[in-house]
Design a protein around this ligand. Structure first.
Ligand code: GDP
Ligand code: MG
Length: 693
């Protein structure tokens, strides 16, 4: 007895689904040293026992078998209260290894309760006979818990379990997070923030994230604790919001996500040597995440999205172009002759030209975002991340990195915000740095103009494609450089969720499409409006005297006006620096505009060539370009615009998301340097070859 008192006392709770072999484990641990009672007030059996291991006395409680830890049944509530009231040193979750995905559901909830956890993969014999092979080491890393394989009915693994119990009992419990996806996480953050401020009495006892999740799930017990009105309001608002987006109750969505987490963890760590697939989602996954088929399927889907985007997108785009052209013409038409020509020019050339130039791309970008939202909401994107992971790992990134990169083809601003889904900071920064190399929608305008101006119809598609591919290849090279130098470090493995496939709701798709499109539009309304006006002024003033323009043709007059202006002077000053790239002062002037917002490049060029002229702009502009430059120069402009520093809005968002100006400056200067070197190499090589042949 005396020696008992000096021993370490360890309290262990045994949890698990019914029929997982809990009682068998309990008996294997405690032998005959146990007694049975009822939990106070209810007819649920409480079995307690103990055993000695090394220098410790292990007290074991056999908890009622439950599938979950909601507040629906007495058994679940008993198990739940045990975790928080009795403060067990270790909770051992017994799982049927032959039916692991279903049994891991309880484990995800125990992780969320932040109890010190051990998983027992019981019935290992049955699993083996079913042809299942586990990568236990990898699973321990992914789930952040210790795992002990057992055959309890044969007393196999009992000693190992006791060893691990002693080991875990002394440690601080890890807090592994199941990631519930951007929308649910956002609501959880709001609820947690309000809970944090509300100062209610249950705070000390329960993990705040767990409380927030339970509130979202509308858990009857936890909801009853909350008195704070602000919290209650937020919870209902959040539940309603999720319902409109996904068309399902929050508790169902949360359960789906937990299963997604489990599927992801299992997909990477269980080898199903016999290949029996269980449900529809699994059957689809067998094809979509297949080692050989996965990538081609992903490639085809991406091609489809981009094809639709540009094919369908051009119609509303032409419509908008027509609209802005008509608007400008009408304003010129009704404008009283000879009164305030400067104001007329400001409105038509500055405001409509600048902002309109951005807005015409909105339909294209919205369609792209709709396509991405569809792939995300159906659950395919998670599979694509899975497939891409194999390749991305080779370049030192996580598979999820490709989602922000994909969004980057629309606009860098929402893309950089989307890097939030990356848990690892180094990965996140590396991804952020190269996102501008994904050609954004605004740059399509530049490519379209130059490709059409300099290349025959048959080469236009391939040239566009080439530019996109060069961007992707540059991104890969840059990431590898970064990951080997400034952002060195291991990629910590974590679970990639595979949520079940679901039919997205129209409302959800529209909301997702619009929130990203809105960020793009805001840019047009604010930054670009201001810049357009400044650029217009820079390009229009100071004006040459009437004498200087006398006797010249209209085209010559425009040229002289521009050469006189601030922009023309700056462009000229830049000429020695950009001449080796094949650029002259006009391109230099347009590049100044592009450094502020890419779409300004085209409107800037059109202002340079046809100031005050509202005739068919695109066609005229292409003719001017053909007259002034070679196809090599045209290609070099595209290459420079592809790889150079991002627009101001992107710089601002990089500053915000990375937390320091340092990374924003690094991105800006690094990419400028990259563009300069590459364009220089291509132009000089091209000139050399042209000289030789
Ligand atoms: P509980 O409901 O979780 O308490 O499960 P029990 O301990 O009552 O076990 C349910 C059944 O599974 C019993 O028939 C056990 O003999 C059997 N069982 C338990 N562990 C194992 C195991 O590792 N392998 C096999 N094949 N059967 C087991
Ligand atoms: Mg039992």
């Amino acid at each position: 007895m005396n020696s008992d008192k000096q021993q370490k006392k360890i309290l262990v709770g045994l949890a698990g689904n019914p029929n997982s072999g809990k009682t068998t484990v309990f008996n294997a641990l405690t032998g005959t040293r146990h007694h049975v009672a009822n939990y106070p007030g209810v007819t649920v059996e409480k079995k307690e026992g103990r055993c000695r291991h090394q220098d410790a006395m292990v007290h074991v409680v056999d908890l009622p078998g439950t599938y979950s830890l909601t507040a629906y049944s007495t058994e679940e509530l008993i198990a739940r209260h045990f975790m928080f009231d009795e403060h067990p040193d270790v909770v051992v979750d017994i799982l049927d290894a032959s039916n692991l995905e279903r049994h891991l559901y309880l484990a995800t909830q125990l992780m969320e309760m932040q109890v010190p956890l051990i998983l027992v993969f019981n019935m290992s014999d049955v699993a083996k006979s079913k042809g299942l092979e586990f990568d236990i080491k990898q699973m321990e890393i992914l789930l952040g818990v210790r795992i002990v394989p057992m055959v309890a009915s044969k007393k196999k693994g009992v000693h190992e379990l006791l060893d691990v119990i002693l080991e875990v009992a002394g440690q601080k419990s890890k807090t592994l997070k199941v990631h519930y996806g951007a929308e649910i996480e956002e609501e959880l953050t709001k609820i947690e923030a309000l809970l944090g401020r509300s100062n209610e009495t249950f705070h000390a006892k329960y993990p705040i994230r767990w409380v927030a999740i339970k509130l979202l799930e509308a858990d009857t017990e936890v909801s009853g604790w909350v008195q704070n009105v602000a919290v209650q309001r937020q919870v209902s608002a959040s539940r309603e919001h999720l319902n409109t987006i996904f068309g399902d109750r929050a508790d169902i969505l949360i359960a789906d996500r937990r299963y997604g987490f489990i599927s992801g963890a299992c997909q990477e760590t269980i080898k199903d040597t016999v290949q029996i697939r269980h449900d529809v989602s699994d059957k689809i996954d067998a094809v979509l995440t297949n080692r050989h088929l996965g990538l081609p399927i992903f490639g085809m889907l991406m091609y489809l999205v981009f094809y639709l985007t540009f094919k369908v997108g051009q119609y509303p785009m032409h419509g908008l172009e027509y609209f802005f052209g008509y608007l400008s013409a009408q304003i010129c038409h009704v404008w009283p002759q000879g009164t305030m020509p400067a104001l007329q020019s400001l409105i038509v050339d500055g405001v409509i030209g600048g902002v309109g130039g951005v807005v015409v791309f909105l339909p294209t970008i919205l369609i792209l975002f709709l396509g991405i939202a569809f792939l995300e909401d159906t659950g395919y994107m998670a599979r694509a991340a899975f497939v891409m992971d194999r390749i991305m790992h080779k370049i030192g990134l996580h598979g999820k990195s490709f989602i922000p990169m994909l969004i980057g083809f629309g606009c860098s601003v929402p893309a950089i915000m989307a890097t939030r889904i990356l848990e690892n900071r180094r990965n996140r920064l590396a991804t952020m740095m190269v996102i501008p190399l994904m050609s954004c929608g605004a740059r399509i305008a530049i490519y379209a103009l130059f490709v059409q101006a300099f290349f025959p119809k048959s080469l236009q598609g391939p040239m566009m494609m080439l530019i996109y591919v060069i961007g992707i290849l540059l991104a890969i090279v840059c990431i590898q450089l970064l990951r080997k130098t400034l952002l060195k470090g291991e990629t910590v493995p974590f679970v990639m969720e595979l949520p079940p496939y679901r039919m997205p709701t129209a409302k959800g798709l529209l909301i997702h499409m619009w929130t990203r499109g809105w960020m793009y539009l805001q840019k047009a309304g604010t930054v670009i409006l201001v810049i357009s006006i400044i650029l217009w002024a820079a390009i229009s003033y100071p004006k040459p005297t009437a004498g200087e323009l006398a006797g010249l043709s209209r085209h010559e007059q425009q040229s002289i006006t521009l050469q006189h202006s601030v922009a023309g002077c700056v462009g000229r000053a830049m000429e020695p620096v950009i001449k080796p790239l094949g650029f002259d002062w006009k391109i230099g002037t347009a590049l100044i505009g592009a450094s502020v917002a890419k779409e300004v490049f085209v409107s800037q060029l059109s202002i340079i060539y046809s100031l005050g002229d509202t005739a068919d702009e695109t066609e005229a502009l292409q003719q001017h370009l053909r007259a002034d430059y070679t196809p090599l120069q045209g290609f070099c402009v595209m290459l420079f615009c592809l790889s150079t520093a991002p627009c101001v809005a992107t710089v601002a968002i990089t500053r915000k998301e990375s937390g320091t100006w340092k990374w924003a400056a690094f991105q800006y200067l690094g990419l400028t340097l990259l563009a300069y070197i590459i364009t220089l190499a291509v132009y000089q090589a091209g000139m050399f070859l042209a000289h030789v042949f």
